[in-house]
Design a protein around this ligand. Structure first.
Ligand code: COA
Ligand code: AMP
Length: 632
């Protein structure tokens, strides 16, 4: 039986959000403590802690040094792909952050200015994010697996003063040179007539150094002459970062995170959800380019004075399927957070979990998984092999921290495989049907959250309140539309089943099939196309393209597929995992011309689908069935 602590906190967060969040805000050091929690004067746009002032980097670093934790490890870097490793105490990390902040300031970066960070999993990526936070500048980190065009779209939208990058990233099978990617992206930005950054700063890595050109600065030289900068107080409502994520169209959405709500929510989650506090060792095996990396590699562990592990490697192949257990044991990790796909990758190579037995995992208390649905098979495999609680939890780039979880730090609730457990405080989760009626227990519908969303969730999209409202708040007035479907069972447990839109999840990476369709449609031989996500045993989902040829197109199917795969890789990036494309004679459509993607998805996943009565020509679907079935 539980203690009831969860229920009590959850109720209080909804009945008296002011008191709940002002209480939670005491975990943060304020320059000016907030007297009010919620500002709802511009509803449906809400802001948290409107009169509070703070600095997020000072909360993550200086306050721990001041409190006597200066010599404790803040960051441990482990890089099997380069053979490198490093330890940063809180003092060292604070000093390096202050120096880079000084360097950025000397390059003209001030409060409110944007800085794009395009870096691999090196300590400097963390230093860069915190240096921006120290100045009150707004960082926008771009994942290294994106191609120049995606980087360009983000630079054009964020209009940064500076781009921070490195000479290379290191993937197990190849070295990825970043500087040519940045140059190509900047050319695209120029061609578009968008604002160019004033400076590009390059961190030279020994694996592959870059020949710098005019206007490109060497990181070490810029830092060498810099004077450390003090933290700049900002309003709680000022932006800390913009993180672009895939929407249903090709244009990524700039999710904005504020300073105050973010710090409060993350600090709360770290202790109540993850059970991690000062001195604990915490490892999130993700990438700083994703929200999981922002929240739980960088900010949350440092906000609570824990040690965070930064891992530049993969679950398998760097060098073997024991890599995660080696790292967990070497650094005495107390809790590990990763994506289910990483475990499936390990399980595929080491189905019996023999590698687990080679390491002392005595310190490891919990395994947290998110980023995609935790399938029950993977859940059972991990919990049996590791013998510790394996906790699924559900959230999104937009929300910044878990919407639903098992709050291990507050009260360990019984686990139900396949469920992300229960809504966290502040998240008033409802399952709605098409007409906006709440669904009874057990019935699937759209997962929505009653407004206001709690602190830490996105206040808007970068420079575009209208798109924010249109994308999330207008489908069901008074609610935030999550884009996921699912149901709540009679115990109040939430089961998240999948997206209702054209967003897919490939190896825990969120991608837009709309963006891939735009690439396919641009090929001269393609008349029309559709990309859908199909189930994949390793990566959860993989994109699959279907194209109809233009009349008279003179190209073999094989050649076309090759060109389309190359085009998606060049324009979106290798991370899209786009390898599979079929030529078909027609696509199933409604009479008004809308492609029936959901029906195609259903058939591809082997589900029983009801064919919409609006279908123009049902025989098209019959002809498609064999092409849709997964290749055996
Ligand atoms: N920079 C450049 N390229 C990158 C990259 C990066 N940061 N990350 C991935 N890529 C490339 C890979 O090299 C690969 O290229 P390839 O087609 O030439 O082989 C491609 O993008 C696909 O990468 P990935 O999705 O990682 O697939 P994989 O087959 O190499 O590995 C897993 C599969 C499951 C091992 C891997 O995806 C993984 O570790 N996932 C963990 C999930 C995760 O961290 N999710 C983040 C959210 S929690
Ligand atoms: P991202 O914004 O990249 O974090 O991706 C968010 C999306 O990933 C969600 O909208 C879900 O579709 C999916 N997702 C994340 N965590 C889970 C989970 N625990 N269960 C099911 N789906 C998840």
């Amino acid at each position: 039986m539980g203690t009831g602590a969860y229920r009590e906190q959850y109720r209080r967060s909804l009945d008296d959000p002011e008191a709940f969040w002002l209480d939670a805000a005491r975990a943060v050091d304020w320059v000016r403590p907030p007297t009010v929690a919620l500002d709802d004067t511009a509803a449906p746009l809400y802001r948290w802690f409107p009169d509070g002032q703070l600095n997020t980097a000072a909360n993550a670093l200086d306050r721990h040094v001041d409190a006597g934790r200066g010599e404790q490890d803040a960051l441990v870097w482990d890089s099997p792909v380069t053979g490198g490793s490093a330890r940063y105490s809180y003092r060292r990390l604070r000093d390096e952050v202050a120096t880079l902040a000084g360097a950025l300031r000397s390059l003209g970066v001030a409060k409110g200015d944007r800085v794009v960070i395009y870096l691999p999993m090196v300590p400097e990526a963390v230093v860069a994010m915190l240096a921006c936070a120290r100045l009150g500048a707004v960082h926008s980190v771009v994942f290294g697996g994106f191609a120049p065009k995606e980087l360009a779209a983000r630079i054009a939208d964020a209009a940064p003063k500076v781009v921070l990058t490195a000479s290379c990233g290191v993937e197990p099978t190849r070295v990825v040179e970043y500087v040519p990617i940045v140059r190509e992206a900047l050319q695209l930005v120029r061609d578009e007539g968008a604002t160019e950054p004033a400076h590009v700063v390059v961190l030279q890595r020994d694996t592959a150094r870059a020949e710098l050109r005019d206007g490109e600065l060497d990181w070490n030289e810029v830092v060498a002459s810099a004077a450390p900068a003090d933290p700049v107080p900002v309003a709680a409502t000022d932006p800390l970062y913009v993180l672009y994520t895939s929407g249903t169209t090709g244009k990524p959405k700039g999710v904005v995170r504020d300073n105050g709500g973010h710090a409060v929510a993350l600090a709360w989650s770290m202790s109540a959800v993850y059970g991690i506090g000062p001195g604990d060792v915490w490892w999130t095996a993700s990438d700083v380019g994703w929200v999981v990396g922002h929240s739980y590699i960088v900010y949350a562990p440092l906000l609570v004075g824990a040690t965070t592990v930064l891992y530049e490697g993969k679950p398998v192949g760097t060098p073997d399927a024991g890599a995660f257990w080696r790292v967990a044991s070497q650094y005495g990790v107390h809790a590990l957070f990763t994506a289910p796909t990483a475990l499936r990758a390990i399980k595929r190579v080491d189905p019996d979990g023999a590698e687990i037995g080679r390491y002392d995992l005595g310190a490891l208390r919990t395994l947290f998984l998110a980023g995609e649905r935790l399938d029950p098979q993977t859940y059972h495999w991990a919990s049996e092999r590791l013998g510790i609680p394996v906790v699924d939890h559900w959230w999104q780039t937009e929300t910044g921290w878990p919407i639903a979880a098992n709050p291990r730090g507050l009260e360990a609730l019984p686990v139900k495989p396949g469920s992300a457990t229960v809504p966290m405080p502040g998240w008033d989760v409802r399952v709605l049907d098409q007409a906006g009626r709440e669904q009874p227990a057990g019935r699937e519908g759209a997962i929505a959250v009653r407004l206001p969303l709690p602190p830490g969730s996105l206040p808007t999209l970068w420079g575009d309140d209208e798109r924010f409202v249109a994308s999330y708040l207008s489908r069901y007035p008074g609610y935030y539309l999550s884009g996921d479907s699912g149901y709540v069972d009679s115990d109040g447990y939430l089961f998240v089943m999948g997206r209702t839109d054209d967003v897919i999840n490939v190896a825990g990476h969120r991608l837009s099939t709309g963006a891939m369709e735009a690439v396919l449609a641009a090929h001269p031989a393609v008349a029309e196309c559709a990309v859908i996500g199909v189930a994949d045993p390793l990566k959860g989902q993989l994109p699959r393209g279907f194209v109809v040829l233009k009349a008279g197109a003179d190209i073999s199917e094989e050649q076309l597929a090759k060109e389309l795969v190359a085009a998606v890789r060049a324009e979106i990036g290798p991370v899209a995992g786009f390898r599979d494309v079929a030529v078909v004679d027609a696509l199933p459509k409604t009479r008004s011309g809308k492609i029936l993607r959901a029906t195609m998805r259903g058939i591809a996943d082997g589900r029983e689908v009801t064919v919409p009565s609006t279908i123009e020509d049902p025989t098209v679907l019959d002809r498609l069935r064999s092409a849709l079935r997964p290749p055996s």
